[in-house]
Design a protein around this ligand. Structure first.
Ligand SMILES: Cc1cc2nc3c(=O)[nH]c(=O)nc-3n(C[C@H](O)[C@H](O)[C@H](O)COP(=O)(O)OP(=O)(O)OC[C@H]3O[C@@H](n4cnc5c(N)ncnc54)[C@H](O)[C@@H]3O)c2cc1C
Length: 370
């Protein structure tokens, strides 16, 4: 799987990355290609066309996609298969799974996960988008913000309020992108340009009642259950991203000369890159520990939060250090490091920010004063 993916990424993805970054999205054919390779929906149920594999296979997919040098590319794939569709597979009716899990696995349908809102990001339990039952339908009003795949998606796994305030009143419902009353607007971002990110507006948007996942008002637990995988996805991305930046900097340090010697002739740069590499290795070890626990079905919230925190902060640290070694070259748009540098910044925000990770670690380890 790794070998065929590596060939595919080298031949069909990397040469197109600049075009995808410019257009602000990956093409639909990319999802079809991954389905043909048998790597789309790796963790989805085999009876609905998925791969039925564990998270280690997702690790291979992320690592190989990351070689293209644009985080936006794996983000589009992960938002589709791991974030939006995993929840439908886990909690949806057989009819929903037949339509969406099978369509997603075959690359015919593209998914997005809509949780964040203008007034509710980290605080998921505060979200306001409301779905009210009206006969055989739900009527949805509200808006979502920063939704990956938002304008290219065929369906959105949407977090809505169906009950009272707080975590207990939330549900998940699948909204087809062509539902009347849904309007989408692409957002412009600092980085991850190949990933389409959007704002979604729902105005009396009607969706069949059968599109609800679960029994209703049980959505908060579902969203939280998805977070473990999402945070591991970002941890793996961060480790791969950091390694790529390290390798770019090391190569440059050997090639570029100043004051009569290569930059890596200066001990200060040897030591700085030694620090970078040590942190990357530590981030990889922590991430692998989180994955191992997750795959074996063990409680791993503390370890996964630590992995997400440390790996994504390491990617930020690596970006700053490695871009500095490249000097002016690292600031130029045609230089890969410029893209890697700005892409690294999103990792500490998505799927729970570094501050939220620290809070979870504190709660899991008896660090909160009573
Ligand atoms: C590129 C990108 C793609 C995204 N894709 C998706 C997607 O597909 N679907 C989706 O639903 N969302 C998506 N998001 C949204 C992302 O999940 C949120 O941005 C994130 O959860 C943070 O929410 P917020 O931006 O509203 O920040 P806020 O919650 O407003 O937080 C702002 C700052 O305050 C800090 N903060 C908040 N609460 C606390 C606290 N209790 N203690 C200390 N500090 C705190 C945060 O850490 C952060 O630094 C995406 C975001 C980005 C940048």
């Amino acid at each position: 799987m790794r070998r065929s993916l590596r060939d595919y990424v080298r031949q069909r993805v990397t040469p197109n990355v600049l075009a995808w970054e410019t257009s602000g999205e990956v093409p639909r054919s990319f999802f079809g290609d991954l389905a043909d390779l048998g790597v789309l929906g790796l963790r989805l149920s085999p009876e609905y066309g998925g791969g039925g594999q564990d998270f280690w296979f997702t690790v291979v997919l992320i690592e190989e996609l990351m070689r293209c040098g644009s985080i936006g590319v794996p983000v589009a794939v992960m938002a589709h298969a791991e974030f939006a569709t995993m929840l439908i597979d886990r909690y949806g009716s057989p009819a929903l799974r037949e339509t969406y899990v099978r369509g997603a696995s075959q690359g015919r349908l593209i998914g997005a996960l809509g949780v964040s809102e203008p007034d509710a990001g980290s605080d998921v339990a505060a979200l306001r988008t409301r779905a009210v039952r009206d006969g055989d339908e739900f009527v949805i009003n509200g808006s979502k913000l920063y939704i990956s795949n938002g304008t290219i998606a065929d369906y959105v796994t949407l977090a809505v309020r169906t009950g009272g305030t707080g975590a207990r009143g939330l549900s998940l419902i699948v909204v087809p992108a062509d539902a009347k009353g849904l309007v989408r607007r692409r957002l412009r971002k600092l980085g991850t340009h190949a990933s389409d990110t959007a704002e979604l507006f729902f105005e009396d948007c009607r969706v069949p009642a059968g599109n609800l996942l679960g029994a209703g008002n049980d959505g908060f637990g579902m969203i939280m259950s998805g977070f473990e995988g999402e945070r591991l996805v970002l941890s793996v991305m961060a480790c791969s991203h950091a390694r790529l930046m390290f390798e770019e900097a090391r190569d440059w340090g050997h090639r570029r000369r100043a004051f009569g010697q290569p930059l890596l002739g200066f001990q200060v740069w040897q030591h700085r890159l030694a620090d970078v590499l040590t942190r990357i290795e530590a981030a990889e070890a922590l991430t692998q520990r989180g994955i191992d626990l997750h795959v074996r079905g063990r409680a791993a919230q503390s370890e996964i939060s630590m992995a997400k925190l440390f790996a994504t902060e390491t990617a930020r640290f690596t970006a700053t250090e490695c871009a500095q070694l490249l000097g002016g070259q690292g600031y130029m748009e045609e230089c890969l490091m410029a893209r890697l540098h700005r892409d690294a910044l999103a990792l500490t925000i998505g799927a729970g920010s570094s501050e939220i990770m620290r809070g979870l670690i504190a709660r899991a380890n008896n660090l909160v004063a009573q």
